[in-house]
Write a protein that binds this ligand. Structure first.
Ligand code: TXA
Ligand code: MG
Length: 320
């Protein structure tokens, strides 16, 4: 049985006690719900992979209450410090050299000499980190290869009975996972576009190398067929064909028997927040109504549009 806990003081205290005892607890961050475990407990971290049904031991992001705690486990240079100053707490993950003194389970970082660290902004995540007093390793709280959860009900739909508890908060505000920036070499590399636009990072640290879509998909943990709904997707569509649900963007939209508009005002931040919820909804309702595909309107590629298009391309990729 998976306990559902309110995100009040008592719920946070219960969730923290479970995590300290090595259990798995899902909780809200501002990006998506995470599936948390004590990052210093190798068995608890291993249980994350089992619960998600992850085929491989991909490295996980370690969550901290503040930059000082994060930089006690990973080495921050000037770039990391200015980015942390500007964007933490918030949807940015930094990949940095792992300190030898770090007590993070080597499974959490998949035996790599680097560590992915992040300081989430969501008040429930902050309260939980403070109460646990240890870093929390947390991938998105979905079954491997499925769409990331932006609501507690999405978490339960995929993981009920496989995890110990869910700390229930409202829908997440950003709706896309954090941006991941690799700072282990002289050239900063964007490993995953996400909730912090890369243009905003470049304003602080200068040019960032973007690995192209094809090689991004071969980067650790970035499988092509990720975020997959059950129904196939058709991208950059002009209008739905018979049998298709419609995922729209912008003011002028075609008629469809089943449709969700990510943002009728064409706002990319609103679209990002709605993306995974819309895919969950179209997938469930479309399947129930016997539809066979989801057609998706074109989305601009700037700002958060880069991350939205990245997730759509993965959702549309041939299944592994
Ligand atoms: O917004 C988010 O980042 C959410 C919330 C829960 O914080 N977490 C999340 O975790 O999206 P996950 O496991 O779904 O994605 C983590 C990504 C993986 O693609 C993994 O390969 C990469 O981070 N990663 C983790 N550690 C790394 C490292 N040392 N080097 C390179 N990539 C790393
Ligand atoms: Mg994920």
């Amino acid at each position: 049985m998976t306990e559902t806990l309110p995100d009040d003081a008592a719920g946070i205290a219960r969730a923290a006690a479970l995590l300290r005892a090595g259990s798995l607890v899902a909780f809200a961050t501002e990006t998506v719900y995470g599936l948390g475990a004590d990052a210093t407990n190798g068995e608890a971290v291993a249980a994350i992979f089992a619960a998600k049904g992850r085929p491989r031991f991909n490295p996980l992001i370690c969550h901290y209450p503040d930059a000082e705690a994060a930089f006690a486990d990973a080495v921050a240079d000037e770039r990391a410090r200015s980015l942390a100053e500007t964007f933490w707490p918030g949807p940015l993950t930094l990949v940095l050299p792992r300190r030898e003194s770090s007590r993070i389970s080597s499974l959490a970082s998949a035996g790599l000499p680097s560590l992915a660290v992040r300081v989430p902004a969501h008040p429930a995540a902050q309260a939980l980190l403070a109460a646990v007093g240890r870093p929390i390793a947390a991938p998105s709280a979905n079954r491997s290869g499925r769409i990331s959860p932006t609501k507690a009900e999405h978490v339960l739909a995929g993981l009920d009975g496989r995890i110990d508890a869910v700390l229930v908060s409202g829908p997440t505000s950003v709706g896309l996972e954090s941006t991941i920036l690799d700072l282990t070499a002289e050239v900063a590399v964007l490993l995953r576009p996400g909730g912090t636009p890369v243009e905003a990072l470049e304003a602080i640290v200068g040019p960032i190398s973007r690995i192209d879509a094809a090689s991004a998909i071969t980067a650790p943990g970035m499988m092509a067929s990720h975020y997959a709904p059950r129904l196939p997707l058709r991208l950059d569509a002009v209008a739905p064909e018979p049998g298709e649900a419609w995922l729209g963007f912008g003011a002028a939209q075609p008629e469809a028997s089943l449709m969700v508009n990510l943002s009728s005002s064409g706002d990319l931040t609103e679209a990002a927040a709605n993306l995974f919820g819309a895919l969950h909804q179209l997938d469930a309702e479309g399947t129930a109504r016997g539809l066979t595909r989801i057609a998706v309107a074109p989305i601009p590629h700037h700002g958060l549009g880069l991350a939205i298009n990245d997730r759509l391309a993965r959702a549309a990729a041939p299944r592994a």
